[in-house]
Design a protein around this ligand. Sequence first.
Ligand code: PGA
Length: 250
Amino acid sequence: MRTPLVAGNWKMLGTRASNRELLDALAAGIGGLEGIECAVCVPYPYLGETAGRLAKTRIAWGAQNLSEHKEGAFTGEVSASMLAEFGCRYVLVGHSERRQLYAETDAVVAAKYAAVQAHGMKPILCVGETLAEREAGRTEEVVLRQLEVVCSLNGEASFKAAVVAYEPVWAIGTGRTAAPQQAQAVHAFLRGRVPAGTRIIYGGSVKADNAAALFAMQDVDGGLIGGASRVAADFIAVVQHAARAAQRKG
Ligand code: PGA
C-alpha cells in the first residue's frame, strides 16, 4: 500500500504571526494522525520556526525550491545542504510557477531533483500541462517529457525516494479542478512510467469539498495543496479526506 501524502504549498504567503497560528492549529488537528503523511512547504525564512513548532508532531516540513548548485557565489540562492540542516523532508521541484515565471527548464529541474536526493531529502517533482497543451491533446507527451528528463539524469530507481505531483497548470489557483476521472487518467499514465510504490499526488485547486472525490481515485495518492493549505480548517479537512480514502483503498 502507498501511504498517502498531503503537502501544503504555502507559496509566498503568510507572516510570522499568521504562520504560528496555522502551525499550532495543524499540530493540534492532525499532528498525531497515523496512516498518512502530511507536510508543509514554507518560505525559507520560516523554516526554523516551522521545524521548532512541528518537531513533536508527525507533520513534516520542507521548502518550495532550492538551488541546483552545491555552494558558492550564487547570491540569493539556497542550497540543498542548508535545507537539510533545517530538517526538511521534502522539497518541491519544478512547480509550474517556477517553470513559467522563472524560466526553469526541464534540465534545471532535473538538477534540482538530484541536489535534493543527494542530501537525503525527497523531491516532490511537479509535472503538468497548460490549457493550450491539454486542448491540443498533448497532456501525456508533456508530462512524459518532464518525467523523462529527470529520469535520464537520475535513473528510474530514483523515483523510489521521490514523489510525483501531477498539477495541471490550468487548475492551479484558478478554482478549476481536474475532474476526478481526468486526474485518474493522467495518474494511471504516470504510474506506468515510475517504479511500483511511487506516490503520485494531485494538485490544482484541491479544497475540502472536492478532495474526497479526487482521493477516491485509485492512482491518486494524496495532494499538493496551495490556497487551502493556508487555512487550518481547510487543510485539516483535506488531510482527513486523504486518510479516509486510504483506509477505504486498504
Ligand atoms: P492551488 O495550488 O491549490 O492553490 O491551486 C496548488 C499548487 O500550486 O501547488
